[in-house]
Design a protein around this ligand. Sequence first.
Ligand SMILES: [Fe+2]
Length: 377
Amino acid sequence: MFFFFVFTIWAAALTHILYRTKVLVGLRRRSLAVFGVALYLAGFAYIPARVMIAKNIAEDLAPALSYTTAWFIGVAGILWTLLFIFEIVAATVWLATRWRVRNASLRMRRTMAAVLWSAAVVLSLIGCTIASSTPSVTRLQVTVPGAEAKRFVLISDSHLGAISSEKQWCRTLKAARELRPDAILIPGDLVDDHSRHTEPQVALIREFFPGMPVYITTGNHEFYSGVDQFKKLCERLDFRLLRQEVEILASGLSVAGVDDRHLIPAHTAVEEIRPKIKGAVLFLTHRPEVAHFLRNRPMTLVLAGHTHGGQSLPMVFLVGLGNGGFKAGYYKVGDADLYVSRGTGVWGPPMRLLASPELVLIEVRPGPQFEVKCSPM
Ligand SMILES: [Fe+2]
């Protein structure tokens, strides 16, 4: 149902791009047909490319095809956003002056089309640069009664696999290591697939953090790519996969983790784990809306990802709609605190706009009461 909804919206977006390009460029029937077929093929070619990766078909070709088609989706998404702004401006001008875009000369309309398409490509290239940059660090200072001082780094939504950048991943791990954590926390979507590229990239965590405790939960992409394979990978690398389980992190502080809702309904997971939690807890969940089920539990800092902060246009304006109203950053949800990380990697389009990659440093220290303060570093 979700994918049907997404595909329908995407087809509508491509149709809007096709219609506007036709009007602006003045495409005739034959060239319109060629452009339309090319647009829809490019717009949906990402799906077979991902299937090729999932089924290990043409292992050398599939990542390049997947990357190119994902980039095209990113460009089209940005262009669609620009077209929305264009339509609003055009409607305002029409209301004020009764002048229509169709009244412009062909040369002027083609200039408009060239500006729109060029702006989308340039913004996509800027987005690729931002996505491959070293993540910024957000600091959460948490005071916990009776706790000892500890530091944790949250690495969310890295989406490692066939089309992720190993260079950017190494930069991310290096930046995380410089934060001198006592443990690593990963709230899901560590992997994007189980291609031959995936495990070596995941294993880099052990190279950068030998012997360090790593606590992890599943995200929707661990479900899509195969949770049994992921479980074995965690066992090989000595990661502690928390599936409705709680572990003591330090005196006066625990870490809890629940599976993604594809594996267990959120309310069931929370009810299963609730009796196991005592005192202050860092609660790992992939999806932020799980915080709604913990709203009556004090001394709970829910750490989530999934949204990527929208990642790029137009999703940065829409992502909260499908995620319990949460986009990115700090929220107070009843008695619980919630932080939604933008994550470090990308899913689909290899770009980020208005949602740069992020690491989260959680500094725990003793204090009179449980309190969370959020600040950039
Ligand atoms: Fe993700």
